[in-house]
Design a protein around this ligand. Structure first.
Ligand SMILES: Cc1cc2nc3c(=O)[nH]c(=O)nc-3n(C[C@H](O)[C@H](O)[C@H](O)COP(=O)(O)O)c2cc1C
Length: 362
């Protein structure tokens, strides 16, 4: 079998995007059981918890699913950098009445150990973002029976994943919610829209492409497939699903999103990510280039964000969401993907009728 064949065999070619902080195994199982493919967001899990989480999914579904890891670089803050970052954050902690954290011993789970845990558990699919695996790492996963999907925000990144032997590429357009997955060019080079990105990667790389970014319903699903994607990956569209574990203020902000509410920011984590603009993003905008790189800033703001969630305050919280968040619906994930797939069929029928009409009058 190939990844292309696996995606083609899905009753519904919709992948649920892994969303650290918003989804756990409940969502993965719900989407896979409904005929799509769920993905476990394992990026924030301790290596020892990854195997049991994958086993727990296997006991609940025999359908295919994916596991996703964030390839955080080894944290290496310059002398004084952490102290300066904490001093910058101190007024924010004070505002919330939360204690300023000490310098942490560890900034992110150890990627190599997380990776070993995924290889040992051998899920059907493993996807990666923020960097690129080595050919040896790709081969280890494949030898365990796992298809490898790399996130690309440019054609160059898609080519790089093809060169290390990946089985597929997730094309992450500029519209996407959450962190940008870029790893070759700078942020500006990575800001390609989904429409252009999927089509140009398709033309350049002979691998199945998964379209991600701004896909919110059956129209987007049909559009992604029409561009030549083998499947689509949807994140923000699931943000209000019953199975998400988003905090109350985050959920409220997503439900109340107005037109064009999102911006890219580096202020929360030290890596550019898209979220609904709030007070923290606005006031930190001018100094966002000064904050330490991911994962350091991410770790330093974690207690702040946890305190904000507890205080039910959306202004100090990372409200990750994509450009089209206004279209997010509530309900069960299984009902959502069935409805999107039915809508995609309607869109395809309407397009067929329209194109036929055009040809008849020629
Ligand atoms: C809340 C949130 C968290 C995310 N977390 C991850 C993650 O852990 N790993 C990952 O590869 N992508 C993550 N993403 C990005 C998604 O994989 C995907 O690129 C994006 O959701 C697609 O765009 P959309 O949000 O417009 O559907 C996240 C997206 C959101 C909205």
């Amino acid at each position: 079998m190939t990844l292309a064949a696996l995606l083609d065999s899905l009753p519904i070619p919709i992948l649920q995007a892994p969303m650290v902080g918003a989804t756990l195994d409940e969502m993965t199982v719900a989407v896979s059981e409904a005929g799509g493919m769920g993905t476990l967001a394992a990026g924030a899990l301790a290596p020892a918890d990854i195997g049991p989480a994958i086993d727990a999914i296997r006991t609940r579904t025999s359908a295919s699913f994916g596991v996703n890891l964030l390839m955080a670089p080894k944290a290496d803050p310059a002398p004084g950098e952490v102290d300066a970052a904490l001093a910058r954050l101190a007024p924010w902690y004070a505002d919330l009445g939360a204690p300023l954290p000490e310098t942490p011993n560890q900034f992110a789970p150890d990627f190599d150990a997380q990776f070993d845990a995924v290889v040992a558990a051998a899920p059907p699919v493993a996807s990666f973002t923020f960097a690129i695996l080595t050919p040896t790492q790709v081969k280890r996963l494949q030898a365990a029976g796992t298809y490898v999907v790399g996130t690309a925000t440019t054609v160059a990144e898609a080519r790089a994943w093809a060169e290390v032997g990946a089985d597929g590429v997730c094309a992450q357009g500029f519209e996407a919610g959450g962190h940008r997955g870029h790893f070759l060019g700078d942020i500006e080079q990575s800001l390609v829209g989904t429409l252009a990105l999927v089509a140009t990667i398709r033309a350049a790389v002979d691998l199945p492409v998964i379209a991600a970014g701004g896909i919110m319903d059956g129209r987007g699903v049909a559009a992604g497939l029409a561009l030549g994607a083998a499947a689509v990956q949807m994140g923000t569209a699931f943000l209000l699903a019953d199975e998400t574990v988003t905090s109350r203020p985050w959920r409220r902000a997503a439900a109340a999103a107005t037109d064009d509410p999102t911006r890219l920011t580096r202020a929360f984590t030290g890596r550019y990510a898209r979220g609904i603009e709030n007070r923290f993003m606005r006031l930190m905008h001018g100094v966002q280039d000064d904050v330490p790189a991911y994962p350091v800033q991410n770790r330093l703001t974690q207690p702040l964000r946890a305190a904000a969630a507890k205080a039910d305050d959306p202004e100090y919280l990372s409200l990750w969401a994509g450009q089209a968040v206004r279209l997010a619906r509530t309900g069960r994930a299984a009902d959502m993907i069935r409805a999107w797939w039915a809508e995609a069929a309607e869109v395809a029928d309407a397009l067929t009728a329209r194109t036929r009409r055009g040809q008849e009058t020629e």
